[in-house]
Design a protein around this ligand. Sequence first.
Ligand SMILES: CCCCCCCC/C=C\CCCCCCCC(=O)OC[C@H](COP(=O)(O)O[C@@H]1[C@H](O)[C@H](OP(=O)(O)O)[C@@H](O)[C@H](O)[C@H]1O)OC(=O)CCCCCCC/C=C\CCCCCCCC
Ligand SMILES: Nc1ccn([C@@H]2O[C@H](COP(=O)(O)O)[C@@H](O)[C@H]2O)c(=O)n1
Ligand SMILES: [Mg+2]
Ligand SMILES: [Mg+2]
Length: 231
Amino acid sequence: MLNTYARAFFTRVLTPFAALLLRLGVSPDAVTLVGTGGVMAGALVFYPQGEFFWGTVVITLFVFSDLVDGNMARQLGRASRWGAFLDSTLDRVADAAIFGGLALWYAGGGNDLTLCAVSLFCLASGQVVSYTKARGESIGLPVAVNGLVERAERLVISLVAAGFAGLETFGVPYIEWLLPIALWVVAVGSLVTLGQRVVTVRREAAEADVAARPGGTSPQRGNSSSPQGEA
Ligand SMILES: CCCCCCCC/C=C\CCCCCCCC(=O)OC[C@H](COP(=O)(O)O[C@@H]1[C@H](O)[C@H](OP(=O)(O)O)[C@@H](O)[C@H](O)[C@H]1O)OC(=O)CCCCCCC/C=C\CCCCCCCC
Ligand SMILES: Nc1ccn([C@@H]2O[C@H](COP(=O)(O)O)[C@@H](O)[C@H]2O)c(=O)n1
Ligand SMILES: [Mg+2]
Ligand SMILES: [Mg+2]
């Protein structure tokens, strides 16, 4: 949903900044790499210590690089397959750092094994949700569903809650409960999204297999050479 509605707004806002970086000679790949490094640093240095406010500030400064890199590549007319691969792969790394950092806090100073498990579930389910789309597309299916909780939702819900929960350090009472609530919402939402995507791929695969039989229309092909592709 955010990817559909908020992307256009952020594209308008971030385009001048992307143009400035290009004028300074910065490449889209450098922005992808530095942005991921910044998110990882914010998540893995601050979150395991329970420093949610400053961790979220650092992550927020860098996470928007994921919208800037593609914008730069498009302005250059050089959006590439390599760039798409690098962007998506490093998205997975950044997400792992965010939920891994939260899991480390709950396994240590936060002392809550249930929330540690919920954080790990958010990490794993987010990766699997993204994989369903990548794998479905690799076997030539359109995967024409985004689902309830895409990456943008996972990030916004978790980061807004972590940022506000961090205000506990400054004496705001009861606010720390926002983070556990957000983690449960992301966990349940990711599970629902996984179900939505699996059901869609199952239907599309069945339709494509029927169409591929003699007498049927040809199935839509992606970038793999066989309908099974490579794992
Ligand atoms: C007083 C409190 C202090 C609080 C401190 C600061 C708090 C700040 C809190 C939050 C800011 C969160 C910002 C998060 C922005 C996320 C932007 C982003 O990177 O989104 C990425 C997303 C997807 O990009 P891609 O197309 O590159 O990725 C694809 C995707 O990953 C697919 O995964 P899937 O979805 O399938 O699981 C993969 O399949 C694919 O491979 C991959 O390529 O980009 C977008 O979706 C674009 C829309 C971004 C919308 C951002 C909205 C930000 C909105 C609100 C910010 C709210 C700030 C409120 C602060 C409140 C504090 C006062
Ligand atoms: N280093 C990069 C990063 C991205 N791209 C291209 O942008 C697309 C992603 O756009 P976002 O707005 O989500 O960043 C990606 O699929 C690539 O086509 C690139 O070329 N180089
Ligand atoms: Mg990007
Ligand atoms: Mg990305």
